[in-house]
Design a protein around this ligand. Structure first.
Ligand SMILES: [Zn+2]
Length: 341
């Protein structure tokens, strides 16, 4: 796992297109390590190495970068292979289901690509997938079909399902119950109320709160967080979007999740360091990594996850490192085309 700490941007991990807003100022560092459970590193107007350095300075030692279509999912997997602090999630976003393919055969091919990426060791979740009845970018039936296909992929690869649910709470919960949820389900950028949060908690679903929980008018979201058991809570940025208070109006980045972690700790009436430790345990349980750890301990987590998933005895770190190297090279062969077109 010897990767250069600061690859040249020419390697494909330079600044993304951004959202035309200045970067948010650095937050006060957290007293203990935490992580960003959902962001889009490819959309942030900063080289990935710099984004990660800023995050680490705030106590954010790892991030999950999320794909929304096949090219961005491929990019996320490659980014996670290149940077030990990065894990990936891969899927076709509900709003991208029309754009992803125009034919049934095209959709099958795209889903096969997602399934192949989802099986890579550095990919820790299948998402973001789900239903979006707000934007009307794709017919609901098509969204449901692809959501169900992603539920199936998550079960096949034994990884968490990361859900995008916008104005579709009832249909998301119904679809999950009907098909049977994977072992781990994460509601990314949770947007339901306290009653739905209780239903989710009963099902064991994890609620990932974004910067929206810090907004002045988000009393209902804070009530939802208040009734959610702390071990079913994650914190995320969805960067470059949804920048938390006090940095609203700026471009979001993983470092900013420190504000959201503090806000959630306040809602839960927990000491911030204690809450970070709970988040770390949740990250280990859900994503299979030791959230409070640096890259070395993540390799430990990967080894443990590998043992759980494949049941094969692994013979020490050196051989494991060689195996990961081989998988990475195989990934590069399979997905060798440029991913930042
Ligand atoms: Zn997102």
């Amino acid at each position: 796992m010897t990767q250069p700490a600061r690859p040249e941007p020419a390697n494909g991990f330079g600044p993304g297109r951004g959202i035309g807003k200045p970067q948010a100022p650095a937050p006060e560092p957290l007293p203990a390590a935490a992580f960003d459970a959902h962001c889009h590193l490819d959309m942030i107007d900063m080289a990935v190495a710099d984004t990660l350095a800023h995050a680490a300075a705030a106590g954010i030692t790892r991030v999950v970068t999320v794909g929304v279509d096949v090219p961005s999912s491929r990019w996320s997997a490659e980014c996670a292979a290149a940077f030990p602090a990065v894990s990936a999630a891969v899927a076709i976003h509900p709003n991208e289901t029309t754009a992803a393919a125009t034919t049934a055969a095209g959709r099958e091919a795209a889903l096969a690509d997602i399934a192949r990426l989802a099986s890579l060791p550095q990919v820790r979740a299948v998402g973001e997938t789900g239903l979006d009845y707000y934007w009307h970018d794709a017919p609901p039936q098509l969204q449901r079909d692809l959501f169900r296909a992603h539920i199936d992929i998550a079960k096949q690869v034994g990884k968490p399902l990361m859900i995008h649910d916008r104005d579709a709470h009832a249909d998301v919960l119904t679809t999950l119950a009907a098909d049977g949820p994977p072992d781990q389900v994460i509601f990314h950028c949770y947007s339901g109320d306290a009653e739905m949060a209780q239903r989710c908690a009963e099902a064991g679903y994890v609620l990932s709160f974004a910067g929206t929980v810090t907004f002045a008018n988000a009393g209902a979201l804070r009530e939802a967080a208040a009734v959610t058991p702390p071990e079913l809570i994650l914190a995320e940025t969805d960067a470059p979007y949804l920048t938390p208070v006090p940095s609203r109006g700026r471009s979001n980045a993983p470092a900013q999740v420190a504000h959201t972690v503090r806000a959630l700790a306040a809602v839960k009436q927990l000491d911030v360091a204690k809450f970070c430790a709970i988040l770390a345990a949740t990250g280990e349980r859900v994503f299979g990594f030791s959230a409070a750890a640096g890259p070395d301990e993540r390799q430990q987590g990967e080894r443990q996850q590998g043992e759980r998933q494949h049941g094969e005895p692994l013979h020490g770190q050196r051989q494991q490192g060689e195996r990961q190297q081989g998988e990475r090279q195989q990934g590069e062969r399979q997905h060798g085309e440029p991913w930042l077109a």
